[in-house]
Write a protein that binds this ligand. Structure first.
Ligand code: HEM
Length: 441
């Protein structure tokens, strides 16, 4: 998409984005606020389109790929209202004490002066926080279900499943379909255990207990479909932000020093709390800049429900638009030296949600903004006050896209006691192609 943007401009229609996918419906690549505004505000014309899941229409695999992100109309409005309530600012603030405890406990077990895998450690921490604060704190069950769903997602994207979609006991595709049935059963067992006990701090109980918008109880299909989306939305994204922010900090000694100065100055020896981290402008700027350069959800896809036009071009029903947050976040008029990780820029800019689309925008923008920012701030504050983070020299780090942008392989990171001796360590791999460090990094 970057090559198309450079060669042809901010809107490019192609017959098929990949050589082996044949389609008569065009894909429209876009970059920039005007396209975000047009497509994200007009939910009547542009409905969500997602690549998960590869399975027959009535299979468990297909059912697991539904959920709020795929819903439209009254049903979408109903669930959006249910999920938005417990994620409001005042509700998230009320979780402050628990968030502080779970974050501190999670990080206390990270070893000093030994390599860890940043990616899986960030994943476990963010998942634990989400399970503790948004899913009723049944961590053993939640972690197990999440592991199963993670494996399914990997299968869904694997070339072997793609190349041979034949449902036999021995084929990867067949095994994926059966694993999906098992995952669906686990989710429904978990959901059943929450019947009759609606608790706002437990999003699954919020799905199971109230009637749907038409007054009927939610079907098993609806219930099972919500959980993978809610899990993915609530911690895959936060994992991505935490991982890439630490990676950027480990590359940038001056920003790390300034951030640790802010943290130690404000906390004055006290452990980080939600009230305190909410008052740290440079911490917020570092996270926003990290999400600008390495957006956790780099693309959003929408599909037209009717013939429409965009920027003077006509498109048929079924055309798909790819809204590219990665490119939108690099528009040079708003972000000079757009490829550079430079958190200071946030002291003088205030882009709209369409110009900075880390959390999307319009009627379907992310309702988890407060929670996501809060847990990432708490985790970073806790990690950086305890440890100086250092990447293993010459590590190869590649990214992969699984709706969220994640690391393809383990990221070897060493945690030293925080001694202020910051030093950037060069890395290799595709992630290093996505950003530049300013001079004097
Ligand atoms: C830093 C963390 C987060 C980021 C960057 C993020 C980003 C996004 C983005 C880009 C979308 C739009 C996706 C699309 O339409 O294709 C979205 C939707 C959504 N997010 Fe988040 N998110 C984060 C945290 C959370 C959390 C903690 C929750 C809590 C459950 C959450 C719940 C949702 C939900 C339910 C939607 C669907 C909204 C709808 O369709 O109306 N997100 N998020």
């Amino acid at each position: 998409m970057q090559q198309a943007y450079t060669a042809y401009g901010p809107i490019v229609a192609v017959g098929s984005p990949l050589p082996f996918i044949a389609t008569r419906k065009p894909f429209i690549f876009t970059a920039g606020a005007q396209f975000n505004r047009a497509a994200l505000n007009d939910t009547e014309t542009w409905r969500p389109w997602h690549i998960f899941c590869r399975g027959p229409r009535k299979s468990a695999m297909a059912r697991l790929g539904t959920g709020i992100i795929r819903m439209t109309g009254r049903r979408h409005a109903h669930y959006r209202q249910l999920f938005t309530k417990p994620l409001r600012k005042e509700k998230v603030e009320a979780l402050g004490a628990q968030m502080k405890r779970v974050t501190a406990e999670g990080i206390a077990s990270w070893p000093v002066d030994e390599p860890i895998d940043l990616s899986s450690s960030a994943r476990f921490l963010m998942r634990t926080l989400a399970l503790a604060l948004l899913f009723g704190d049944d961590r053993a069950r939640g972690h197990a279900i999440s592991e199963g769903l993670g494996r399914l997602l990997e299968c869904n994207w694997s070339a072997r499943v793609f190349a041979c979609p034949v449902d036999l006991p021995v084929t990867p595709y067949g095994r994926m379909l059966r694993d999906a049935q098992a995952a669906e059963r686990q989710i429904l067992d978990w959901a059943n255990s929450k019947r009759g006990n609606k608790d706002e701090r437990d999003l699954l109980s919020v799905v199971v207990n109230p009637p749907e918008e038409d007054g009927n109880p939610p079907t098993d299909e609806i219930i099972a479909g919500h959980l993978p989306t809610l899990f993915g939305a609530s911690f895959e994204t936060c994992q991505s932000v935490l991982t890439w922010t630490i990676l950027l900090l480990a590359q940038h000694a001056r920003v790390s020093r300034d951030l640790v100065d802010e943290l130690t100055g404000k906390l004055a020896g006290e452990p980080p709390s939600l009230e305190k981290v909410a008052e740290l402008p440079f911490l917020e700027a570092v996270i926003k800049e990290s999400m600008r350069v390495l957006p956790p959800v780099p693309i959003q896809i929408r599909e037209t429900r009717q013939e429409t036009s965009l920027a003077g071009f006509a498109f048929p029903r079924g055309a798909r638009i790819i809204l590219n947050a990665f490119l939108t976040n690099r528009m040079p008029d708003l972000y000079p030296e757009p490829d550079c990780f430079r958190p200071e820029r946030w002291a003088s800019i205030n882009p709209s949600q369409f110009e900075y689309s880390a959390f999307s925008a319009g009627p379907r923008k992310c309702p988890g903004y407060q929670f996501g920012m809060s847990v990432v701030k708490m985790a970073l504050a806790e990690i950086l006050t305890r440890f100086r983070v250092s990447l293993m020299p010459d590590a190869r780090i590649d990214y992969k896209l699984r709706i969220a942008m994640l690391a393809r392989q383990p990221i070897p990171l060493v945690l030293h006691r925080q001694d202020g001796k910051f030093a950037a360590v060069p890395i290799r791999g595709t992630i290093a192609e996505l950003f530049k460090l300013p001079e004097a990094a």
